[in-house]
Design a protein around this ligand. Structure first.
Ligand code: HEM
Length: 400
């Protein structure tokens, strides 16, 4: 990794941002520097994420998805089409599936861990969480592909849509190529399934196809647009699992409590620990929004502020999850909190894969915690290495 990349990783890391946010929360909850506005208190972050007509997404990442030929809900602002897409996603990604998903992910995790057993070492990122997620995309979402190719597609498109803030040409071009390839792959899968004469297997893509006769708007382009929700699966899950394991390895007492929960098959307790500890290094410290027409933030508070049209809003979700007004004893890890975390966003764009991930993430963590004498690999390999600043590249672990 180049020095400038290392610096960027460090500057954007939670341990550096947390004290800065803490000062802003106290003295400048809505801080403005030119056209950049940083919002740090829990209630205001929620408020920004709720107000989808004041604070929009198209100008943030929607236009990039459109440019790649693959618009999907996260880049679409309030409109009848957006509501329709969200509703259809809710119909095909069902809460009733969670039991099936748990069995599926346990199976996938066990396979990967068994493979790693002879060498007593595993890479949390590419040898485990990222690969497991690609298998979830194949099995649950119904989009099989060569695994290395699917990882490349996911990384390239995600990188361009959500992480290419400086519009780097190489990232953009890689994203465009991957988007074209995945679209061709999806079109082919959709046509194959439509022509299949035997009953379709039950998966998300096939459910969309089966809903076509009942929804005249759901043509093949719309099916493709919606199945692209798979772009949320791989990089997010991989980063979240890697960050949670890294945090657990830093805190042996919490690690022990989590291992006890795993051995008691108490997945609810493990889930609570996972998402509370993730606050200390969330996959994403900030959610961006655009303010097209100007708006007020912090209304009726002493820090009420009018934000000018054309501003970019940094809704600091990391900061919100340390706001003592809502998250008491925020610096402690507490599996018994009754707060809404912001790992999955909030409001209209809240993650469509939230409930699935609340199963897959703890299950993937549990798989690692079941290993005997789990430790970091010696040296640099045992620390998270990043690529393109935001993506974990490796975190090697050893076990007996
Ligand atoms: C641990 C894993 C995951 C994390 C941390 C995560 C995080 C997020 C966040 C923060 C947002 C909101 C972004 C914003 O408001 O700008 C979001 C939205 C979204 N996520 Fe996830 N996600 C995860 C897994 C998934 C999965 C498994 C899916 C598959 C269905 C998915 C699909 C989506 C979609 C479609 C949206 C946009 C929803 C909308 O705009 O209505 N995500 N995710």
């Amino acid at each position: 990794m180049s020095i400038s990349n290392s610096l960027k990783v460090w500057v954007s890391s939670a341990p550096v941002l947390r004290p800065v946010f803490s000062i802003l929360r106290k003295y400048k909850p809505v801080a403005r520097i030119g056209k950049t506005v940083v919002v740090t208190r829990y209630k205001d972050v929620m408020d920004v994420l709720k107000r989808e007509t004041d604070f929009t997404v198209y100008e943030i990442d929607g236009y990039k998805m459109e440019r790649m030929g693959n618009p999907f809900v996260l880049g679409m602002d309030a409109s009848p089409e957006t509501t329709r897409d969200r509703d259809i996603l809710r119909q095909v990604i069902k809460r009733e599936d969670l039991k099936t998903i748990r069995v599926m992910i346990r199976h996938i995790a066990n396979d990967l861990l068994e493979q790693a057993q002879p060498n007593h070492t595993i890479d949390t990122v590419n040898g485990y969480a990222r690969l497991a997620s690609v298998r979830v995309v194949a099995q649950y979402f119904g989009v099989p592909a060569d695994e290395a190719t699917m990882m490349r597609w996911q990384r390239s498109i995600f990188s361009e849509a959500f992480a290419n803030l400086n519009d780097n040409k190489a990232i953009r071009e890689r994203g465009m190529i991957a988007a074209k390839e995945i679209a061709a792959h999806l079109n082919q899968l959709i046509q194959q399934r439509q022509q299949q004469t035997t009953p379709l297997e039950d998966n998300v893509l096939n459910r969309l196809i089966q809903l076509q006769p009942y929804n005249s708007w759901l043509n093949n382009d719309a099916v493709r647009r919606n199945i692209l929700c798979i772009l949320g699966v791989v990089e997010n899950t991989s980063k979240v699992v890697t960050h949670i394991i890294d945090q657990l390895l830093k805190r042996p007492d919490i690690m022990k409590a989590c291992q006890q929960a795993v051995h008691a098959n108490d997945m609810e307790t493990l889930r609570s620990y996972c998402f509370d500890i993730l606050r200390f290094n969330p996959h994403n410290p900030i959610i961006l929004r655009y303010c097209k027409h100007g708006a007020v933030i912090g209304k009726d508070t002493p820090y009420e502020r009018r934000v000018p049209a054309g501003s970019t809003i940094y809704a600091a979700t990391l900061s919100a999850m340390f706001d003592e007004d809502i998250v008491h004893n925020a610096k402690q890890i507490d599996p018994n909190r009754n707060v809404e975390y912001m790992h999955f966003g909030y409001g209209p764009h809240v993650c469509s894969g939230k409930y699935i991930s609340e199963v897959t993430v703890p299950e993937l963590v549990a798989g690692l915690l079941r290993l005997k004498n789990l430790q970091r690999a010696p040296g640099k390999a045992g620390k998270i290495q990043y690529e393109e600043v935001v993506f974990p590249k490796s975190l090697s672990l050893t076990f007996n």
